[in-house]
Structure formats: structure tokens, C-alpha cells
Write a protein that binds this ligand. Structure first.
Ligand SMILES: Nc1ncnc2c1ncn2[C@@H]1O[C@H](COP(=O)(O)OP(=O)(O)OP(=O)(O)O)[C@@H](O)[C@H]1O
Ligand SMILES: [Mg+2]
Length: 366
């Protein structure tokens, strides 16, 4: 899939903007605050229904205006479709239309315009808390597997409810034998999520080695849990049963469900050492970009559709060989949109189209 045209109205710093993009590498240059990330953010909103950096939709509406819109024409296998996202901050209403037909739920959008985003704060995937690494897998799997997306939503509600019951038991409001059905549900949905995550991690490791790093260096992910190892359904079920029997009192005391995919982590290693504690900033950034590109290739192999690759602030902190190395992998994708401050940041690869962004306006470079 590639994006042929983006149109913005009252989105962030843009009054109105129309950009014609091409397959291949499209670059947005501009000084800090020019509005480069705003363009990638708008496309991400079309892909997922929400921003990657605004906590609220109203922040996306240009100051002093009431409503914004993002319109994207995307081409997949020769078929062009229009995706239109509108948000009205007065009515607090968001709506999405595909070829003029309104989607009944925003969640139906997930996966229609697949995209992977790398932004500088993604380095926290390597450096930060386990929740960010779990989210990496959850977001990726939600784009390729609608059943995963629905199961995850159900599972999160079930865990919240089970925690509420544990608290009730602790406070003597709820009977100790009222958890049975919730244990069964959480085990079943938890295992469904775990098996999908295990296979995604294996898939990502193969892609990293076979398609991206070769034997130049190694980046590997390892799924880790305190309560089970990567295994099959039967073994996981036994781990759950044993855990619930042994840790019931502790779970009541803490009022928290202590087993399951919401408690796990993914260890990331660079050249066989934990990247979190041993790798340099540049190596951590390289690792994160490559994991994101591997995510893109996984989406391509499972869905048969090329995701649009969005690289925000590319190359800050990557040296010339690493930047060139990443550039070589771009030929594996259909379309890459890159924002960067300086042309010199893009060494070793040639853009198909370049834009200069200045004060909420974009001009093509020839
Ligand atoms: N709702 C809004 N209304 C008007 N302007 C906004 C709104 N939200 C953000 N801006 C403006 O958009 C600009 C930021 O744009 P953006 O984040 O795209 O910059 P950038 O080109 O990516 O810069 P950098 O190189 O620093 O990352 C800022 O000048 C900010 O004031
Ligand atoms: Mg930016």
C-alpha cells in the first residue's frame, strides 16, 4: 500500500495543506517546529484512529478553530480508496469515512491503512518499562489479527474485574469462591494472547536476522515471564492452574492478578548483551528502528499488504554507516515517509520526492 495524497484542514499548525506523495522514499525537511511531525501524525491518525503523541483529540485541532480533518488517498494493489477522519471539538465527535461511507465504529479502521511508526521516544521500547514492550507486540498483533485485538480488549476488562473481586474478597464484601469463572476466562484468553505473542517474537527474530541484520550484528527478542516459559497450550494451562492454587492469598492481599500477558516482558539484546543496560544510545536507536522495520515486514508477510513506514526525526544520533545501513533496508518497503531537519542526515540513499516544510506550509523540492 502507498499513500498518493494527504490533505489536511485545521490540523495542528496547518490551515490547509495538500501533498501529493509517491511510492518510495518521501522526505520532509524543515527546522524545529516547522510542522514535519504533524504530517506523519496525521497519517498515523488515519492508520490507527488516534495520535501517537496527543492525549486528547482536541489538541489536534488548530488553535482558534473548532474542527479538523485529515483526508488520505491510499492505493493498494491498484485500488484507490479515500479515508477521511474528522473531529469536531465542540461536539467532541470523531468520525471516519471510507470512500464516503461512515464506519460504524472507529475500531473497524484498525489495519485498513497499515503503518509502522518510528519516533525518537520509541527508544524507550529498549530503555523503558516492560509495558512499552508489551504494547509493541499488542499494537503490531492488533494490526494483523482482528481476533487478537478483540481478545485483548476482553482480557483487559476481565483482569480489571478480577482485581475488583480480589479487593472485595480482601475487604470481606465478596465470597472467596466467586473467582472460578473469571479464572477460567482469564486463563483461556490469556493463553490465546500468549500463543500469538510467542509466535510473533519468533517471527520478528527470523525477520531481523534473515531480512535485516544478516550476520553484520544481531538483535534478538526473548519473551520472558516469571510464571511460565515459551511453551504450548497444555503447559501454559498447567502453569495457570498451579499459580492460582499457590498464589491465591498473595493475589488477595495485593488485589492484583499476578499472572498473564499483562505482567510479562520482552528482553531485547544487541550482539547477545541486554540492550537496555549495555548498548550505547546510537545502538539502542538502531535496535529500535530495526525492530520497527521488522514489525513492518511481519505485517507485510501476514497481511500481504505493505505498511507505510513513518520515520520521524530520522538519523538524529545515527552515525553514517548505520544511517546508510538503514537506508539499504528501505528497498524492502513500498513507501517510506521520513522527517528530518537536515538533508545531510540522509546519507547513502536517494529520496523519490522531497518537501521543504515551513510554518505550516509545504513546498516540493525539484
Ligand atoms: N493545535 C495546534 N494549533 C496550532 N499549532 C499547533 C498545534 N499543535 C501544534 N502546533 C504547532 O506545530 C508546531 C510543531 O510541529 P511539529 O511537531 O510537526 O514540528 P517539527 O517540524 O516536527 O519540529 P521538530 O524538528 O522540532 O521535531 C509547533 O510550532 C506548534 O506550536
Ligand atoms: Mg518533529
Amino acid at each position: 500500500m502507498y499513500i498518493k495524497q494527504v490533505e489536511l484542514a485545521n490540523f495542528r499548525s496547518y490551515n490547509s495543506l495538500k501533498l501529493k506523495l509517491t511510492p518510495g522514499i518521501n522526505v520532509f525537511y524543515g527546522i524545529n517546529g516547522a510542522g514535519k511531525t504533524n504530517i506523519l501524525e496525521a497519517i498515523y491518525c488515519i492508520s490507527t484512529g488516534h495520535s501517537f503523541r496527543a492525549a486528547e483529540d482536541s489538541i489536534l485541532v488548530r488553535h482558534g478553530r473548532e474542527a479538523m480533518m485529515v483526508s488520505v488517498d491510499a492505493v493498494d494493489n491498484g485500488i484507490e480508496r479515500n479515508f477521511l477522519l474528522e473531529y469536531d471539538s465542540k461536539a467532541r465527535k470523531k468520525s471516519l469515512k471510507v470512500n464516503g461511507t461512515k464506519l460504524s465504529r472507529l475500531s473497524r479502521l484498525v489495519g485498513m491503512v497499515p503503518a509502522v511508526l518510528f519516533s525518537p521516544e520509541n527508544i524507550q521500547i529498549v530503555k523503558g518499562e516492560p509495558a512499552l514492550r508489551r504494547r509493541l507486540l499488542d499494537d503490531m498483533l492488533s494490526q494483523v489479527d482482528n481476533d487478537y485485538f478483540l481478545t485483548l480488549a476482553k482480557y483487559n476488562k476481565e483482569v480489571a474485574h478480577r482485581n475488583y473481586l480480589l479487593k472485595g474478597i480482601k475487604e470481606g464484601r465478596i465470597r472467596r469462591d466467586s473467582l472460578g469463572v473469571w479464572n477460567t476466562q482469564i486463563t483461556q484468553n490469556g493463553i490465546r494472547l500468549l500463543l500469538a505473542r510467542f509466535s510473533a517474537v519468533e517471527n520478528l527474530n527470523n525477520i531481523l536476522q534473515n531480512d535485516l541484520t544478516g550476520d553484520k550484528f544481531s538483535i534478538r527478542l526473548a519473551y520472558t515471564s516469571k510464571n511460565y516459559t515459551v511453551s504450548d497450550e497444555q503447559a501454559l494451562r498447567e502453569s495457570y492452574t498451579a499459580f492460582f492454587a499457590a498464589k491465591f492469598e498473595e493475589e488477595i492481599a495485593r488485589s492484583v492478578t499476578l499472572i498473564g500477558p499483562h505482567r510479562d516482558d520482552i528482553e531485547i539484546s544487541y550482539n547477545n548483551m541486554p540492550a537496555k543496560s549495555f548498548s550505547s544510545e546510537g545502538q539502542q536507536r538502531l535496535t529500535t528502528i530495526l525492530i520497527k522495520l521488522a514489525e513492518g515486514l511481519l505485517i507485510k508477510s501476514r497481511r500481504g499488504v505493505y505498511p507505510v513506514v513513518l520515520l520521524d526525526d530520522f538519523s538524529s544520533e545515527l552515525d553514517e554507516p548505520n544511517s546508510g545501513f538503514i537506508g539499504k533496508t528501505f528497498s524492502l518497503f513500498k513507501q517510506i515517509l521520513i522527517s528530518t531537519t537536515y538533508k545531510e542526515n540522509l546519507r547513502g540513499f536517494s529520496p523519490a520526492k522531497e518537501f521543504i516544510i515551513r510554518d505550516g506550509e509545504a513546498g516540493e523540492m525539484y
